[in-house]
Write a protein that binds this ligand. Structure first.
Ligand code: ATP
Ligand code: DAL
Ligand code: MG
Ligand code: MG
Length: 357
């Protein structure tokens, strides 16, 4: 049987580069094990932090070690090494973009892959872009009738360009949201660039910091709530997994809490009523369809136990994908193993590619 050549794209020009390497290692492992090994052949492509694409042995080395290349191995501007290549379209049957954050999970790479006319795993241009930008996604969620926290959308120019505008912006945020509130770059993930603020001074610093990551910034009212997540799998008729809960002792679910072993606990299924589980599953599918998601997505929720309210926080169109990540664990608890999940995602990519768009 001729094997399907999978172009495993990882790394990327985003603050979630290291997270992508971890996800790609796990997916590469799953493609090389069980039934997948006889079906698929992995061709890794590594996008360096500076945006250069590498193929050949260096990406394999990053996958094997889980570490970034040593400086002297990195392919630079004036390096004539033949390992610096733009992807060879002919060497790949299906792309598997294991990229988190901007320049990978946001429609940019998806546009390139679509132009190549080669099937790829996950959401297309629109779904990826909508799922990355927290302002755009919230507009789509509101249109779909999904409840969410109050927020203010901000443009970097209101922070950096005119000193008269900035105090007025802070006044507006204080009046409409109060404290604590969360300041976030609209296009990022893994909590990179997010601050929880409790005072005017913290708000000013947080806006300045978020503006260094993105032109578009969102400020949200802070809620005291349990954090529940639900995985979605499919194309036009997506299915929702069981629901999981994350608990931690830190102030919020920040980068360190997410990626330091032992700092956060995952509880699957979440210890909430079956009515809340069903409600979240329904909302997760609605959110996925609202942004035109495809393949996979993890939808994050706030459950305000005192009032029974469930608020949608966000969707991630390429969620963390290591063996211990919430997305594959939710499916494992719902009866789909890690390697089966990876196989299903490739089949969904082929199915979607076969449709006219
Ligand atoms: N409005 C809010 N109220 C209370 N906590 C919040 C709020 N917004 C964010 N948080 C906290 O910050 C965390 C990260 O927020 P969010 O999920 O929006 O960021 P992200 O960078 O897209 O994360 P990821 O993509 O890794 O899930 C949440 O899991 C939660 O702990
Ligand atoms: C990878 C990270 N943005 C997540 O959602 O899991
Ligand atoms: Mg996110
Ligand atoms: Mg989140």
């Amino acid at each position: 049987m001729t094997k399907i050549r999978i172009g495993l794209l990882f790394g990327g020009r985003s603050g979630e580069h290291e997270v992508s390497i971890s996800s790609a290692r796990a997916i590469a492992g799953a493609l090389a094990s069980d039934d997948n090994a006889s079906k698929y052949e992995v061709h890794p492509f590594y996008i360096q932090k500076d945006g250069r694409w590498l193929s050949g042995t260096l990406p394999q080395q990053v996958l094997s070690t889980g570490k970034l290349l040593e400086i002297e191995q990195q392919v630079g501007q004036d390096d004539s090494s033949t390992s610096r290549e733009f992807p060879n379209f002919n060497a790949v049957d299906v792309w598997f973009p294991v990229l988190h954050g901007p320049n990978g999970e946001d429609g940019t790479v998806q546009g390139l892959l679509k132009l190549m006319q080669i099937p790829f795993v996950g959401s297309g241009v629109l779904g990826s872009a909508m799922g990355m930008d927290k302002i755009a996604m919230k507009i789509a969620f509101a249109h779909a009738g999904l409840p969410q926290v109050k927020y203010v959308a901000v443009n970097r120019s209101e922070i950096w360009s005119n000193p008269c505008v900035f105090p007025k912006l802070c006044d507006k945020i204080e009046e409409s949201l109060g404290y604590p509130c969360f300041v976030k770059p609209a296009n990022l993930g893994s909590s990179v660039g997010i601050s929880k603020v409790r005072s005017r001074a913290e708000l000013e610093a947080a806006l300045d910091s978020a503006a260094s990551y993105d032109r578009r910034i969102i400020v949200e009212a802070g809620v005291i709530a349990r954090e529940l997540e639900c995985a979605v799998l499919g194309n036009d008729n997506p299915q929702a997994s069981t629901v999981g809960e994350i608990s931690f002792n830190s102030d919020f679910y920040d980068y360190e809490t997410k990626y330091t072993q032992g700092q956060a606990d995952l509880s699957i299924p979440a210890k909430v009523s079956s009515a809340i589980i069903s409600k979240i599953q329904e909302m997760a599918v609605q959110a996925f369809l609202a942004i035109d998601g495809a393949g996979l997505g993890r939808v994050d929720f706030f459950y305000v136990e005192s009032t029974g309210e469930v608020l949608i926080n966000e969707i991630n169109t390429f969620p963390g994908f290591t063996a211990t990540s919430m997305y594959p664990q939710l499916w494992a608890a719902s009866g789909i193993s890690f390697s089966e999940l990876v196989d299903r995602l490739i089949q969904l990519a082929l199915e979607r590619h076969g449709e006219k768009s």
